[in-house]
Design a protein around this ligand. Structure first.
Ligand code: GLA
Length: 446
């Protein structure tokens, strides 16, 4: 079967690395930007991302020895890896790129075994991996590796898993690398549609495509600060997840409901309460304190300190800013709902305003911005963006601006002059214009 030219060099690389006959599969999984709804997904509230036209690509073939063998197409970047399929696959060292593939394989092994399959029936695979999503930048390059690997493993094993289920499965599977992420990135990657943003709801996952206005686009600019998904940033992310969980426990007790897992579960039980009422309750319950110590945070969740740390994969001892974090999440959920309605109705200016408010809340209450992101967002607005904000988990990575297509080049030039080129800041590979692109896909090649 013919395969698009984006795979030609990778196919050549594959045939050189693994000379053999037989069928091959080509799979592709895109990155994403998130328009609005930041740090809401793991709280059960909606997000509004879109897939972008940058992706991870894998060419793969089955193996009969139960091994997974990986080659990076540009070997200078990431070394080869090899591991065996097992009921429990031991991770490589934290931060190793092979862990994203292991996460996917472990997730599908669990899935196959839970469905009554036998481990010994699963075939290994040889893979050559390539991609053009900027890494450590908040555009979901690591999720794209997980999803592409999962699609590859499913194909070589003839596992038929629907896209929505695959999105849920890979979101869960990615916890293997130690980040307690939600399901936004996997949903955007698997369910994205050309020309459409996705309003995604969780538990259960539902994705509703929302047409993105034709004459608008997103200008994305890297803050030059790396947003690594391992190390300190992972700890800071997991800490946010735990802070929200503490809030849920305090609120559930105050409302007299049984313990709930997420803020959105509470909101479903008490649909008449508005964010301010929840915040007033929190204020009352915590005696107006802005922070809670770890001992108390664990106790509020009904756990010992050790179990609490393990559940949220926490790092250092920290203080839990429950009030501010919950304020961000509850107001961001509301902004996301409003932005989805505004986008649907073509009220683009309103979407822009909500993006601005989202950034202020991410920077202030959630503390996931940094001076470079704030500077970029400020410049974007000054240069006429309808709205601008950080995108993804934050702590560095990309800022995005909602602009008219006709103004995109001008904005890029202003950012080149006003942001890059200063203090040795490089613009190479850091400035893009995006429109919503198609989600992941794959095909067999004989
Ligand atoms: C990361 C996670 C997502 C989401 C965002 C923040 O990208 O993988 O699940 O939580 O951060 O919105």
């Amino acid at each position: 079967m013919a395969v698009s030219s984006e795979f030609s060099p990778l196919l050549e690389r594959f045939r050189a690395a693994f000379p053999r006959g037989g069928p091959l599969w080509c799979v592709r999984a895109p990155g994403r930007i998130n328009l609005i709804g930041e740090h809401t997904d793991y709280n059960g509230f909606p997000v509004m991302p879109m897939a972008i036209d940058r992706a991870v690509r894998i060419v793969c073939a089955p193996r009969s020895d139960g091994a997974v063998e990986l080659r990076d197409a540009n070997e200078a970047d990431y070394g080869p890896r090899r591991f065996g399929i097992a009921r429990r696959i031991e991770p490589y060292e934290a931060g190793d790129w092979g862990n994203y593939v292991k996460a996917a394989v472990q997730g599908l092994v669990d899935h196959a075994v839970a469905a009554g399959g036998r481990l010994s029936d699963l075939r290994g695979m040889s893979c050559v991996v390539d991609g053009d999503i900027p890494v450590e930048a908040g555009l979901s390059s690591s999720t794209a590796v997980v999803v592409a690997s999962a699609l590859a493993f499913a194909r070589v094993n003839g596992l038929h898993i629907r896209r929505r289920r695959m999105a849920e499965l890979t979101a869960e599977a990615e916890h293997y690398v130690g980040t307690r992420g939600g399901g936004m990135d996997q949903a955007a990657c698997l369910l994205g549609e050309e020309g459409k943003a996705l309003k995604v709801d969780f538990f259960p996952l539902r994705a509703q495509p929302v047409p993105f206005p034709r004459d608008f686009c997103i200008v994305a600019a890297h803050s030059t600060v790396n947003a690594r998904k391992s190390g300190g940033r992972r700890e800071a992310y997991n800490q946010r997840v735990a802070e929200c969980a503490v809030g849920v426990h305090i609120l559930a007790r105050a409302l007299g409901t049984p313990p709930q897992r997420r803020l959105a579960d509470l909101a479903r039980l008490q649909p008449d309460l508005c964010p301010d009422e929840y915040l007033a309750l929190l204020h009352r319950e915590t005696g107006g304190r802005q922070e809670v110590g770890e001992e108390e945070a664990a106790r509020l969740c009904g756990l010992g300190k050790r179990a609490f740390r393990a559940r949220y994969a926490l790092g250092r001892d920290g203080l839990f800013k429950v009030m501010a974090r919950c304020r961000h999440v509850l107001t961001e959920a509301d902004r996301t709902e409003r932005a989805a309605r505004a986008l649907e109705a073509g009220r683009v200016e309103e979407v822009g305003r909500l993006m601005d408010e989202s950034h202020a809340s991410c920077a202030g209450d959630y503390e996931v911005s940094c001076p470079e992101l704030d500077e970029l967002v400020g410049l974007m607005r000054k240069e006429g963006a309808l709205g601008a904000r950080l995108t993804g988990a934050g702590f560095g990575g990309f800022a995005i601006a909602l602009v008219r297509l006709a103004d995109a080049e001008r904005l890029k030039k202003s950012l080149l002059a006003g942001f890059y080129g200063r203090d040795g800041r490089q613009a190479e590979g850091r400035l893009f214009v995006f429109r919503p692109a198609r989600g992941s896909g794959g095909r067999k090649v004989s």
